[in-house]
Design a protein around this ligand. Structure first.
Ligand code: PLP
Length: 449
């Protein structure tokens, strides 16, 4: 297995040289919130795979649903008026929980595609209204919006851009991330920091010209950029500013969607109304590759008029609204209802956040931050000055290795340690996760002495 993988498999988001040297970590089985590797070791999956397996790693109902749908209609497309019952029902179900209940749903296969679709729809919408100069998209430093060409170009993370984003473009412009711990000036409270973020955003819009800006895209909680939770009121003020300038607000809910922050969608937790949303991951609990873009009625009406003039809405993916992925996603949403997912997150979150914040006094931890069932610890060399470790020391990566030795899987985003467990986790498992993390931190501290 190990040699075969090294021979043929080029892994995503992996240092190829480390893979060549150390080989892959092969996972063979899942059980509840744990996964087991090829040596037989089991781990609590503290990241729900990649922020997605809300229902854990074994759900017989989802397996049965996929099996049944495979035997009913295993594959079909939705181009040219074709539809299938699971896709139809899934679109209805999504609208019933979304803040744009009279809107429309466009399906795809991943979060990146859902983001790309939002950007294309933003351009089509502005063009439909006779505002075709409105092409620029505001993204933010630290943002992660996927790995397609547009996703990378929207990304505020250098390693995602690499040489792989469109650099010589006049389209994507960047605002600051609302990252109080790292970006606040001396003595800036969360409130005064949020006010500065807003006036800087306003200045950016004035500089670029509102007549040139189509939309701003935001992750309600910025995930891969460091689990950044904005200060109170930030999004409400951003929304008001964008409305004043006739700029669309796009909420990338690929991580926050489906209960993670204590509401169905992150925009509801933070009190703003987006014009469009991208969803994926939790939509099928990661059991099938599926994504979707939800749009308001107003967007739909304008783009459908424009597409009608052009003769077709010339966008779509072969597997959009695929019957098997749709059936599994629909069943996932039914299970979320049955287990009262939102109530469950709100009640579990109390224990989760209490454990998380209990690390705030730890000598290596500069900040603990969390909301709902997503959180992070930020490692620092000096707690008082907030000085980070030199990146070459790879302290965050080392902690993840030590955590695996202790039987938990977490993810380091530089020296920020993300925690985003399955939403079916039990309180005792949350306690075990944090106790193992505490042991791994002690191991790290010993190594650093
Ligand atoms: N948007 C956000 C906020 C994400 O976190 C991700 C993936 O982590 C994506 C988009 C891309 O999703 P995918 O990997 O399914 O293309």
């Amino acid at each position: 297995m190990d040699l075969l993988d090294r021979h043929a498999h080029f892994h995503p988001q992996t240092d190829p040289k480390v893979l060549e040297r150390d080989g892959p970590i092969v996972f063979e089985r899942g059980n509840g919130v744990t996964v087991t590797d090829s040596s037989g070791r089991s781990y609590i999956e503290g990241m729900a795979s990649l922020w997605c397996a809300a229902l854990g790693f074994t759900n017989p109902r989802l397996a049965q649903t996929a099996h049944d749908q495979m035997l009913t209609l295993a594959s079909y497309h939705t181009f040219n008026r074709r539809a299938n019952p699971p896709a139809i029902e899934l679109a209805e179900k999504l609208l019933s929980i979304a803040p744009m209940s009279d809107g429309k749903v466009s399906f795809c296969n991943s979060g990146s595609e859902a983001v790309d679709t939002m950007i294309k729809l933003s351009w089509l919408y502005q063009s439909a209204r006779g505002r075709s100069r409105k092409r620029k998209i505001i993204s933010r430093h630290n943002a992660y919006h996927g790995s397609t060409v547009m996703g990378a170009t929207l990304s505020g993370l250098p390693h995602v851009r690499g040489a792989m984003a469109v650099e010589d473009n006049d389209v994507v412009i960047f605002a600051a991330a609302p990252y109080h711990y790292r970006q606040a000036q001396k003595d800036e409270t969360p409130e005064t920091f949020a006010a500065r973020m807003l006036s800087e955003l306003d200045a950016l819009i004035q500089r670029e010209g509102p007549e040139n800006i189509a939309a701003m895209i935001v992750e309600p909680v910025m995930g891969a950029g460091g689990v950044i939770i904005p200060p109170e009121g930030y999004y409400r003020n951003v929304e008001a500013l964008l409305r004043r300038h006739d700029i669309l607000l796009l909420s990338d809910e690929v991580i926050c969607g489906f209960g993670r922050t204590g509401h169905w969608f992150g925009c509801q937790t933070f009190g703003f109304r987006p014009d469009m949303m991208s969803v994926a991951k939790g939509l099928s609990s990661g059991y099938q590759p599926i994504g979707a873009t939800l749009m308001s009625r107003e967007i739909y009406q304008a783009v459908s008029e424009e597409a009608g003039r052009l003769g077709v809405f010339g966008h779509g993916f072969t597997y959009a609204g695929h019957p098997v992925t749709s059936a599994v996603a629909l069943e996932t949403l039914r299970i979320y209802d049955e287990i009262d997912l939102i109530g469950r997150v709100r009640s579990l979150s109390k224990a989760f956040l209490a454990h998380l914040h209990s690390f705030s006094d730890h000598a290596l931890i500069g900040e603990t931050r969390g909301i709902g069932m997503i959180g992070a610890l930020e490692l620092v060399a000096d707690k008082v000055s907030r000085a980070p470790f030199p990146p070459s020391r790879r302290v965050g990566a080392r902690l993840i290795e030590l955590a695996m030795e202790r039987g938990i899987i977490l993810r380091n985003l530089g020296d920020v340690i993300a925690i985003c467990p399955p939403l079916v986790i039990e309180e005792a498992e949350i306690a075990a996760l944090f106790s193992r993390l505490s042991d791994a931190l002690a191991d790290l501290q010993n190594e650093l002495l």
